[in-house]
Design a protein around this ligand. Structure first.
Ligand code: KIV
Ligand code: ZN
Length: 524
């Protein structure tokens, strides 16, 4: 198909801003860079990399992403305040394609926060958008809570923003309140009624509080929007944002009734989905559309029979199209390094020689203990060997645990701390509690356990467990992951991994540097 601009929908990914801002989904600096690189590589048009005035950490992440991006426009968020906009520009200007995104809450409830009259707010919008446009040619403006803003006022402020130089007008459904027909009508009416509307791109930004974010975003496109704001796995505050994978695959699969293209390489979807789930610590629900573990699994007898005769009987998309390997070829202890590299490539994972060496060692260890090593096992090994490139100061040497119905569990832990071995024995309420106590005895710390999560990677009692641990200390957050066929060993390694990351962050940035000082909801 010959695609013109009118047929294109721009994909604006805000995993690193709206997604990361959701409580508990904090990512480290290196994780943000990794996700940005994957987004850039998969063909996302615009990456909202963060909110530069929120903290030093946010600023550094946006600036570095801007420096490194190859194809995507790099956007930063700024409230309707001149210092915010200046700080945002400082961070994004290093990109070859920078964008400033400034916003203010325009609904009656949001206007009440800074206590501005309609006229005062209109004046603020004119001043801040003009300022942003004097700095940058590419300016996006959003009337936050647009779907609950009075129609006449919304129309008026959109016109002001366009006249002041905004190039994209984003219409957020901040609280997930709208419904598809209303979403389409709102965009259509704005495009018809507002002078200058045909000179700008209209965008849609939906939240999923009523489970309608994807439907609302696609309806907005029917109404004339040509930019969808979304996140990987639908990550985001409360019920999340529109999921990138859902809108992209819906447009691709139903091109017959929604004839708009995106530039996204859909084969990269599964890999980035897994990485975002891992680094954010927000697992993907099993039956989640497109990226859930069961999205392409056909277990019932009738389904399997139909699938064997003709895959289209129950499948509207091919697993390969989202980057799931067509066959889940089992690897075993006789598989060599070349086979492993090949398998990783098929799974969409590029690793350097050193990382391959590490993964191979762990793969061999695993294959000795587990008869069949599946794709999911291998991906878990990749996650477990991904470090921030720092030498770990704490390392697990040995762990022995006794537990049963008769009394408290006991863990004897040997750990290397800065090259010196030490050991401790502790009792606890179950083997994991006893193990974590032993870690704390050897490395006293006041980090608070925010999350402890265990997943079986595959079926069977010899399945690997992947464990995520999130710790918080003085406002700094670090997540550790590990995988092992022994759940307690995986837990110990994940906990130690999180502590190592916390140590690095503390050393690198000093206490509290990544702490969110300002939220995008502080609208004043
Ligand atoms: O949901 C929302 O309104 C936002 C704005 C900052 C665009 O995220
Ligand atoms: Zn939002």
């Amino acid at each position: 198909m010959n695609t013109t601009d009118k047929d294109r929908v721009l994909i604006f990914d805000t995993t690193l801003r709206d997604g990361e801002q959701s409580p508990g989904a904090t990512m480290t600096h290196d994780e943000k860079l990794e996700i940005a690189e994957l987004l850039d590589d998969m063909g996302v048009d615009i990456i909202e990399a963060g909110f530069p005035i929120a903290s030093e950490g946010d600023f550094r992440a946006v600036a570095e992403i801007a420096d490194r991006s190859k194809q995507s426009v790099i956007c930063g968020l700024a409230r309707a305040q001149l210092p915010d906009i200046d700080r945002c520009w400082e961070a994004v200007r290093r990109s070859e394609r920078p964008r400033i995104h400034t916003f203010i809450g325009t609904s009656p409830l949001h206007r009440a926060i800074p206590n501005l009259s309609q006229d005062e707010m209109a004046e603020r919008i004119h001043e801040t958008v003009t300022h942003a446009r004097n700095l940058c040619d590419n300016v996006q403006w959003s009337p936050m809570d647009a779907t609950r803003t009075e129609w006449d006022y919304l129309r008026r402020v959109v016109e002001i923003a366009i006249k002041a130089g905004a190039t994209t007008i984003n219409i957020p459904d901040t609280v997930g309140y709208t419904a598809p027909r209303e979403s389409a009508d709102l965009i259509r009416r704005l495009i018809e009624d507002v002078p200058g509307a045909d000179e700008v791109v209209f965008a849609t930004h939906c939240h999923n509080d009523l489970g309608m974010a994807t439907a609302n975003a696609l309806a907005a496109v029917e109404g004339g929007a040509r930019q969808i704001e979304c996140t990987i796995n639908g990550l985001g505050e409360r019920a999340g944002n529109t999921a990138l994978e859902e809108v992209v695959m819906a447009l691709r699969t139903r091109g017959d009734i929604m004839p708009w293209d995106t530039r996204v390489d859909t084969k990269k979807i599964m890999h980035i989905s897994r990485r975002v789930a891992t680094v954010s610590g927000f697992p993907v629900q099993f039956n989640k559309a497109i990226v859930g573990k069961n999205a392409f699994a056909h277990e019932s007898g009738i389904h399997q029979d139909g699938m064997l005769k003709n895959a289209e009987t129950f499948e509207i998309m091919r697993p390969e199209d989202v980057g799931l390997a067509a066959t889940n070829l089992v690897m075993g202890k006789h598989s060599g390094r070349a086979a492993l590299r090949d398998k990783l490539k098929n799974l969409g994972v590029d690793v350097g020689d050193n990382q391959l060496k590490d993964i191979f060692v762990r793969f061999k260890e695993l294959a000795d203990r587990k008869k069949e090593v599946y794709d999911e096992d291998i991906l878990a090994l990749v996650t477990a060997t991904t470090t921030d490139g720092h030498k770990d100061r704490l390392q697990l040497v040995n762990l022995a645990v006794t537990c049963g119905t008769g009394g408290p569990a006991e863990a004897t832990l040997e750990m290397e701390i800065d090259g010196t071995e030490a050991s401790a024995t502790c009792q606890g309420d179950g083997p994991v509690d006893a193990t974590f106590k032993a870690v704390r005895e050897l490395h006293p710390n006041k980090a608070r356990l925010q999350l402890y999560q265990v997943h079986a990677v595959t079926e069977g009692t010899d399945a690997q467990a992947t464990v995520s641990v999130r710790l918080e200390e003085d406002g700094m957050i670090a997540t550790g992951q590990s995988a092992d066929t022994d759940t307690v060993v995986a837990s110990a390694k994940a906990y130690i991994n999180a502590l190592n990351r916390l140590i690095v962050r503390r050393e690198k940035s000093g206490p509290g540097s990544d702490q969110k000082e300002i939220s995008y909801k502080d609208v004043g």
